[in-house]
Design a protein around this ligand. Structure first.
Ligand SMILES: *Cc1c(COP(=O)(O)O)cnc(C)c1O
Length: 436
């Protein structure tokens, strides 16, 4: 297939102890031969560490296990490995053992928002369903680092059934996001079964899969897998490329299979210090993604999980990157920069400010070039009072059978149909005094 390069050839030869390469494209072979120790890494890549370094690395991998597919390891540049984005994302760093006072084991409170094993129900209409606890490669920047390799398990049907049952009895769930671990670590037959179960639930309108396989093990995207997935449209697939170097010939082939299969593809990147914290790297990445029919979806600020401090950038770096994209490149090549709220508030979008000032009839804005402009607001605009009674509304929006959900949060403060004038934090002393 012309996808082998010298590095892949060298690694495969060392694993097979012969130069026959027939199994390199076999994803099960890749998993079976994944690198899980520093010694294996040394042997296969030819990169070596001193005895004292190895001792510290051993302590690190005891706490946070190592797993790198031979394919992903083959992308590491041996000469310059210390600065290599693939190396940094996949190989242990002793700084992972530095836990800051401000680090959190479960920064997104996924466990507290879990009504059922495997389910995180945070937003009104969608759930995160953790369907596996394993990945082909253990990202060093994983937000669920606390769980990695905890119990290396692929859940049984009985365990998955609990999550399915929760979704069945929760009619407001219209969007199910399969994550993990990596859902594509499940065998084809279980993926088939799971998707059949989920798509048979009448209120489930879409299913999404979050997977890093196209990046770390593109051979997992087989024709057989695509054939199974095609039965369950609409199915959205999000992957996780962080650096243009990851978009290889094999990765492109995997993305082509998925795009040709008819799945809308998105990408979620994490902003990582010394990996991709550069406007030019991100711009190059998003351009390569859209060339491969992948829409950049989110750019994440690095979470406050334990052991990630060396990966974190200030939020200002993300704003700077967004500044370099907005207006400068195609709108569809631009992700939304988000901070996943510590404590479980969900994703908060942030971007540079474009509104400079405002009066009753004019808004002053600036564009990406620094041009300051005004938008004149309408002189006459009559607001349609909305009491959420769609039946008697003058707008043509009689949504049949749509279930009215109460306005929430800031949306509620803005709504006509509600007389809330403020949102008050729990245990606000001033309000407690009023009650006394
Ligand atoms: C990210 C996430 C979702 C999906 O959020 P979208 O903004 O719709 O992509 C759902 N549930 C949880 C818990 C999440 O972290």
């Amino acid at each position: 297939m012309g996808i082998f390069n010298g590095a892949q050839q060298a690694i495969a030869t060392k694993i097979n102890k012969t130069s026959t390469l027939s199994n390199w494209n076999d994803w099960k072979w890749q998993l079976k031969n994944s690198i899980s120790t520093v010694e294996q890494f040394e042997t296969l890549t030819g990169i070596s560490f001193s005895t004292s370094e190895k001792e510290k690395l051993r302590k690190t991998t005891e706490k946070f296990p190592l797993s790198i597919t031979p394919y992903y390891a083959s992308l590491i540049s041996k000469e310059n490995y210390e600065h290599d984005p693939v190396f940094k994302q996949s190989f242990a760093n002793i700084q992972e053992l530095n836990v800051l006072d401000t680090d959190l084991a479960d920064p997104l409170s996924e466990d507290s928002d879990s009504p059922e094993e495997g389910i995180t129900h945070r937003y009104p209409d969608r759930v995160l369903f953790h369907v596996s606890n394993v990945c082909a490669m253990y990202c060093r920047h994983c937000t669920r680092k606390r769980k990695v390799g905890d119990i290396d398990f692929v859940p049984s049907k009985e365990q998955l059934q609990k999550g399915i049952d929760y979704i069945k009895r929760t009619p407001q769930v219209r969007d199910v996001l399969l994550s993990g671990g990596d859902p594509f670590m499940l065998p084809d037959s279980k993926i088939d079964w799971l998707l059949a179960q989920l798509t048979a639930i009448p209120h489930v309108e879409v299913v999404r899969i979050g997977t890093r396989m196209p990046v770390v093990l593109p051979y997992r995207i087989t024709d057989d897998l695509v054939k199974i997935l095609k039965k369950y449209q609409p199915l959205w697939i999000n992957t996780h490329f962080n650096h243009p170097r990851e978009i290889t010939t094999s990765a492109k082939e995997a993305l082509t299979k998925l795009a040709d299969g008819g799945f809308p593809l998105g990408n979620q990147s994490v902003l990582l210090a010394n990996v991709n914290d550069c406007p030019r790297i991100i711009k190059n990445l998003v351009h390569k993604l859209v060339q491969n029919r992948v829409r950049p979806y989110y750019l994440y600020q690095c979470d406050l999980s334990e052991g990630l401090s060396h990966f974190r950038t200030p939020i200002g770096k993300g704003i700077e990157i967004m500044e370099s994209l907005i207006g400068h490149t195609s709108g569809f090549a631009r992700p939304t920069y988000v901070i996943d709220a510590p404590g479980g508030g969900g994703k908060i979008p942030v971007m540079p400010n474009y509104i400079i000032s405002w009066s009753t009839h004019k808004v002053v804005l600036r564009n990406y070039e620094g041009v300051i402009t005004t938008y004149k607001e309408p002189n006459h605009y009559e607001n349609i009072f909305c009491d959420r009674d769609c039946e008697n509304c003058t707008l043509d929006l009689k949504l049949e059978g749509s279930e009215e959900i109460e306005a929430l949060g800031i949306e509620r403060l803005l709504a006509d149909s509600n007389d809330s004038i403020s949102l008050i934090p729990e245990n606000n002393e001033r309000y407690n005094r009023r009650e006394e």
